[in-house]
Ligand binder design. Structure first.
Ligand code: IVH
Length: 698
């Protein structure tokens, strides 16, 4: 996998989309079906990579993408509970250096010297499901899950059957309204017992204690919850009528006195080193604990300081989760294969002896390109170290040379496409080798079709990657145009059964797993896309290097497909080159695309089927920010990054990810790091958030 610095904008966008899709799928599996297929480490890795890419390419951030979400939408069957105080989540860190960064930033924010010692409550991060339990006058009245943080599910009846939760609080100093929050979990022993039972009853077993807890808690029938043994710890609070504690540790003491369970490993720490020592200590204890933990939470203990520190968008500034590192494992490379992508890029993939890495079975790893194989000297038969940290796709860290078999063989990268046999060539300055087969290469054709219907292109519901592959292989859809002629072709087939028998194909309604309704829905989805926005259409063409962001730039600049196409057919690149953000090499790819006869034919056939809407630009060019390049850094108080970016863009500014001499303004929020320093060094104007907002008004 490419490092963040290696990513081009196009690759970053593809990656962001892939991550968003993957995370959305994983969220549904995890939150709604209680049946995840990613480990927590994998999920965290995805989240982290997403954050890193977004930080480098803020302009590519996907609205409602992974970074804008906490948790999952709630299941509809449960009643809803609005959280008076939102249930937020915590930022993640993964290294000792980041612990120091955290304590330093706390001190800095509070205006203290860095050697100032702040008291922290360090607590095991319980790997379960967060819950909220509300008491009124000492009586338990309402239980809720976190849901999306604002609205959760009503699990009052389910919480009632968990023995660790007191139903009445008899102490005299319990506030009139008291909402405690914590984690419901299943102990490792209870998990094993439950799975054994499921197995003996030939029922589906749970992947891990967390899912077993989720599946057991979120039962509409609380009797089932009762049968399964669940436990809980309390670690924070929500709505409280009159808060009698002054610190997190006092809170923990109080609720313990009132009869709640708190974690026995919660500790007070004073220095960064204390936190790190405690982390290392618990990492060793971890395996012997009766329940799963996935890291340590550090919280500023003093409530007054917590209040001063406040919150970032979705996470507190006064707390952070230090996650245990992802695991590594050794395994053998059984084979190296080469896959062919949409643009003909040949990507080597290692088939591995399946191995469990941090709870997930890994059987493939990408090798990126031929140079990477050479650089790491990876050979078939080698034993390699696999890692699943920081990246979703498992990485090969390196080869264990001691274990290299005598007959190991260097991998010879093919110079012909393994799918179609056409020459595969490598341009001088490119890392990838490409198949020259174009559309005659089935691998490329399928990948292009998948791209054509993908989310930011035509986004046709019901035509996912898998169906597309099936349809291609069966000759039902060979080109994008075929998608739009499918309905009439299908109708002919259906109406003329003899024709159907003649050429062996059957109409869609008769396919296995398909019915009248699903076919109707498919055609509805296709027909809805007969009107398509200009940026989507350009993106869907799948021109090399032209991602969604570039398509938008082109759409804005040309306004209509006709205008763009006209210039390209005339090989007139003047106007295209005027666009900031589009360079020579991209222009060359665009021109080459239009020079290809089959591409021109596809476009003209497509235009008979779909109507491309002209682009209406809503940008306000009269503002002071118009044409300026803005970089955001640090944490903004009044706006989220996405909002700030959207604001700047709507005023005609460009938003860049890093500071250069072309930057006009750096908008600096709290905890700004190297970008602020760079701005000072280059003499770029630095704006506070207020100053930026003022500029927006002009
Ligand atoms: S404090 C404002 N303390 O980790 C944040 N959370 O993303 C309040 N968790 O949703 C959370 N153990 O489900 C806190 N000792 C602990 C925790 C803990 C587990 C979970 C919780 C939260 C997630 C953080």
């Amino acid at each position: 996998m490419l490092t963040i610095d290696e990513l081009t904008e196009q690759q970053a966008l593809t990656e962001l989309k892939r991550i968003a899709e993957e995370m959305a799928k994983a969220d549904i599996a995890y939150y709604q079906n209680d049946d995840p297929y990613l480990t927590d480490a994998e999920y965290d890795a995805l989240k982290r990579r997403n954050e890193q890419i977004e930080a480098k390419f803020p302009q590519l951030k996907i609205a409602n993408g992974p970074s804008a979400r906490i948790g999952a939408p709630i299941k509809s069957e449960f009643g809803k509970v609005e959280h008076k105080i939102p249930m937020l989540s915590l930022g993640d860190i993964f290294s000792e250096a980041e612990v120091a960064e955290f304590t330093t930033s706390v001190n800095r924010f509070l205006g203290y010297d860095n050697d100032n010692q702040i008291t922290y409550s360090a607590e095991p991060k319980i790997d379960g499901l967060s819950f909220s339990a509300r008491y009124e006058r000492g009586k338990f009245v309402k239980g809720a899950t976190r849901g999306d943080g604002k609205t959760g599910e009503d699990i009052t009846e389910n919480l009632k059957v968990i023995k660790d939760l007191p139903l009445t609080l008899s102490a005299s100093d319990v506030p009139e309204v008291l909402e405690v929050r914590g984690e419901v979990y299943m102990s490792k022993a209870d998990f094993l017992e439950l799975n054994a039972k499921c197995e003996s009853e030939h029922k589906k077993t749970f992947a891990n204690p967390r899912n077993a807890a989720a599946g057991s808690l979120r039962q509409l029938d609380a009797n089932i919850t009762k049968e399964r043994k669940l436990s809980l710890f309390v670690y924070t609070w929500g709505d409280v009528s009159n808060i009698p504690w002054k610190s997190q540790s006092e809170f923990l003491q109080k609720v313990r006195d009132w009869g709640f369970k708190t974690n026995p490993y919660n500790r007070i720490c004073h220095t960064t080193q204390d936190l790190i020592d405690y982390f290392n200590f618990l990492q060793q204890e971890r395996a012997d604990l009766p329940y799963d933990i996935d890291g340590i939470v550090y919280k500023v203990d003093d409530l007054a300081l917590q209040n001063r520190l406040g919150f970032l968008t979705r996470t507190p500034r006064w707390a952070i989760a230090h996650k245990f590192p992802a695991e590594q494992a050794f395994t053998k490379i059984n084979n190296i294969r080469v896959q062919v992508g949409r643009t003909g890029a040949l990507t080597p993939v290692a088939d591995l002896e399946p191995i469990n890495v941090g709870g997930v079975i890994v059987s493939h790893a990408t090798l990126h390109n031929e140079d990477e194989i050479k650089r790491k000297d990876i050979r078939i038969g080698d034993t390699v170290i696999i890692q699943r940290a920081g990246d979703v796709i498992p990485q090969i860290v390196g080869v264990v040379l001691d274990k290299r078999p005598a007959d190991s063989q260097e991998f010879v990268f093919p110079h012909v496409c393994p799918m179609c046999g056409a020459h595969a060539i490598r341009e001088e300055d490119e890392a990838v080798r490409r198949c020259t087969g174009g559309l005659t290469c089935p691998a490329q054709a399928i990948e292009r079709l998948k791209h054509f219907v993908s989310r930011e292109a035509f986004d046709i519901e019901g035509l996912g990657a898998k169906i597309m592959e099936e349809f291609y292989n069966e000759g039902i859809i060979k080109t994008p145009v075929d998608i739009f002629t499918l309905e009439s072709r299908n109708k002919r087939l259906r109406d003329d059964l003899f024709a159907a028998l003649d050429d062996g194909s059957i109409y869609l309604e008769a396919r296995e797993g398909w019915g009248k309704k699903s076919v109707e829905n498919l055609f509805k989805a296709i027909n809805e896309r007969r009107h398509i926005s200009l940026p989507r259409f350009i993106y869907a063409l799948g021109i090399r290097q032209v991602g969604a962001a570039t398509s938008l730039l082109i759409a804005k600049h040309f306004g209509s497909f006709k205008a763009f196409e006209q210039d390209m057919l005339n090989r007139d690149t003047t106007k295209l080159l005027e666009i900031d953000g589009i360079g020579e090499s991209m222009v060359q790819d665009i021109v080459e695309f239009f020079a290809e006869e089959h591409n021109r034919r596809t476009i003209s056939e497509l235009l008979q089927q779909v109507q491309v809407e002209d682009f209406v630009d809503t940008t306000d060019y009269s503002s002071e920010l118009a044409g300026k390049t803005v970089v955001f850094t640090g944490t903004l108080e009044h706006l989220t990054r996405a909002e700030a970016k959207a604001k700047a863009l709507s005023l005609g500014a460009k938003v860049a990810g890093s500071v250069s001499k072309n930057t006009d303004y750096v908008v600096m929020g709290a905890d700004a790091g190297s970008k602020a320093a760079k701005a000072k060094e280059l003499g770029v104007t630095i704006l506070s958030e207020e100053e930026f907002l003022n500029l927006c008004k002009h």
